[in-house]
Design a protein. Structure first.
Ligand code: 5GP
Ligand code: MN
Length: 317
């Protein structure tokens, strides 16, 4: 069993680091912090490296113990919730300099880039996998870890509403509830409450929505200038892609965020049958069937929009 091999590597290692993907979401941060606490609790010498994260995650236990970067050569680096090595971005060197590498993830298009790859695409969140993994290793999941795990499960399932949710998701949440974790409070903090600046950015994205292909595709974008205007904070653009997706008749929502360094970060969501991961893979990205992304660095908004719409069209019924 690969989990036994991974545990052996953990037992052998002196210095361990936990890393995740760039622009980390709740699942990435929740998974990282849980793995960090789990290893600390079994007396491992461990760092958790997260270069930057959105303000709304500041309430998570141990988040103030994260490092922004590290040049150290670790005995073992564990990547969580990350489909490709490229998406480790600033932590790429740290990963490559490690003696042994492990990854735990739930992306279908995972590139199996580590020495040991534990990937379960059926799981709607990496945090859901970690619960199984920690139980298998007989590592106790305390309340702090439970809060982080719940934050990841809630964000990656859109509040238990995405189709990837399994019966196990609810069993886990019931178990966390019995542990005394305030589900409602975590839910509100990671999913419901939005900052004033996020609200302003959402307003701009909403006002720009246009429809294509008999209203089956919704498209919108925000620019660097928009973000400056509303004094946007990191992560305020999260959720802009959901506005179009939630409109009746829309199958695919496409959202662009202009990047400071040039180019656009593309987010795609589908409701029912279009595999947006396949579309993003064509542009060097990836993700899940109903939630995927890529970065496109050349072309105007209109050119990139038209390219994506042309591909998306082929998948529409
Ligand atoms: P989002 O649109 O929220 O940035 O990302 C949606 C999903 O697609 C997430 O699961 C994320 O990991 C994945 N994703 C987003 N951008 C990329 C990318 O550039 N490459 C890959 N492989 N996956 C991505
Ligand atoms: Mn995830």
């Amino acid at each position: 069993m690969i989990l036994d091999d991974i545990k052996k590597e953990i037992d052998k290692a002196n210095r361990i680091a936990v890393v995740t993907h760039e622009n980390p979401d709740g699942d990435a941060i929740g998974s990282s912090l849980t793995m960090y606490m789990a290893l600390k609790n079994i007396n491992k010498d461990v760092d958790v490296i997260i270069p930057e994260y959105a303000k709304m995650f500041e309430f998570l236990p141990c988040i103030n113990e994260t490092k922004k970067s590290s040049d150290e050569h670790y005995d073992l680096v564990i990547a969580v919730d990350c489909a490709t090595e490229k998406r480790l971005k600033d932590n790429n060197n740290c990963f490559n300099n490690s003696k042994v590498t492990i990854q735990i993830d739930h992306h279908e298009a995972n590139k199996m880039f580590a020495d040991y790859n534990y990937v379960d695409p059926v799981s709607p969140a990496c945090c859901q996998i970690l619960i199984k993994v920690l139980k298998y290793w007989n590592i106790e999941i305390n309340k702090d870890m439970g809060v982080c795990l719940l934050a990841g499960i809630i964000t990656d399932t859109g509040g238990f509403k995405y189709s990837g949710v399994t019966s196990e998701t609810f069993e886990i949440v019931a178990w966390l509830l019995d542990k005394g974790i305030n589900i409602s409070s975590v839910y509100r903090r990671v999913l419901q409450t939005i900052s004033k600046t996020k609200f302003e950015l959402n307003k701009i994205a909403t006002s720009r929505i246009t429809f294509y292909e008999n209203d089956k595709i919704a498209f919108t974008y925000i620019t660097v200038e928009d973000e400056k205007k509303v004094n946007a904070q990191l992560g305020d653009y999260e959720g802009c892609v959901d506005i179009g997706r939630d409109i009746e008749g829309v199958e695919v929502s496409i959202f662009f965020r202009e990047l400071k360094e040039g180019g656009y970060k593309v987010s795609m969501r589908s409701n029912d049958y279009v595999n947006v991961s396949d579309i993003c893979l064509m542009f060097g990205g990836g993700g899940h069937m109903k939630a995927a992304g890529c970065t496109i660095s050349s072309g105007t908004i209109e050119q990139i929009r038209d390219k994506l719409i042309a591909q998306t069209k082929r998948y529409l019924k």
